[in-house]
Design a protein around this ligand. Structure first.
Ligand code: DGL
Length: 261
């Protein structure tokens, strides 16, 4: 029997993580849940968001009985993983800012972290910087707008260059003649804007997307065998609002082999 995975995000950003999981373990039976009823998570206060995500995931586990849960959202993962692990016996894989790989590979020593405001202010994020990037200059940029802009872009709506540029520019800094050379995409929505981010960047940088590392973690934690050539198992996608998926997103779901539920 194939493994049943629940992949969860506030919106469609978590599909950037799902894509890599699908690539490594196409046979996994996947339910993707977007918490559109509560999107965006970025500006929520910590305690209400924690209570909301813990309750929502609890209901989904009771109803869907997944073998494991992937929280494909930095804003939630940096807040709720210990509480979820204390409540449920199944494995959880989180998505947290890829500060360590950025710090290990930066040549200038100047690293930007693009995230939601929630992820930016988390103790978890500060601890990652303290533990893995103490020798770097790290610029944290919390944007309330980029995740909604990414959702709009995925629905095929036009997004002004200026709107994106305004959000990303603060991550580009110069410190004693050294410029930002790595930017961590610390929100799972942002990889879907990558072409635009790269085109609008004041200078070229490496954009660090942890999605493949998360997929590898899923494979190793669950003791799965990566089978990239196996046929893609059908998956399903659901909205917490209970509304039907917007028609503009149906081709996006189809691209990831997901049927709207
Ligand atoms: N995709 C989510 C993340 O990785 C956040 C988007 C939001 O709901 O604000 O942080």
């Amino acid at each position: 029997m194939s493994i049943r995975l629940l992949v969860f995000d506030s919106g469609v950003g978590g599909l950037s993580v799902l894509k890599e999981i699908r690539r490594r373990v196409p046979t996994a039976d996947i339910l993707y849940v977007a918490d559109d009823a509560a999107f965006p998570y970025g500006d929520w206060e910590d305690e209400p968001l924690k209570a909301h995500v813990v309750a929502t995931i609890g209901r989904l586990i009771a109803r869907e009985a997944p073998d494991a849960v992937v929280i494909a959202c930095n804003t939630a993962s940096t807040l709720v993983l210990p509480a979820l692990r204390a409540l449920h016996a199944i494995p959880f894989v989180g998505t947290v800012p890829a500060i360590k790989p950025a710090a290990e590979t930066t040549r200038s020593g100047v690293v930007g972290v693009l995230s939601t405001p929630g992820t930016m202010r988390r103790d978890y994020t500060r601890a990652l910087i303290r533990d893995f990037a103490a020798s770097c200059h790290v610029r944290l940029v919390g944007s309330s707008e980029l995740a909604p802009l990414a959702e709009a872009a995925m629905r095929g709506e036009p997004i002004e260059d200026a709107a994106i540029r305004f959000e990303i520019e603060p991550a580009f800094i110069e410190v004693e003649g050294r410029r930002t050379d790595k930017i961590v995409l610390a929100c799972t929505h942002y990889p879907f804007l990558l072409d635009r981010l790269a085109a609008l960047a004041p200078w070229p940088v490496d954009w660090i997307d942890p999605a493949d590392a998360i997929a590898r973690r899923v494979v190793s934690l669950l003791g799965l065998t990566a089978a990239p050539d196996a046929p893609l198992a059908p998956g399903t996608a659901q909205l917490t609002s209970g509304k039907p998926w917007p028609s503009a997103l149906l081709p996006v779901l189809a691209r990831f082999g997901l049927e709207p539920r």
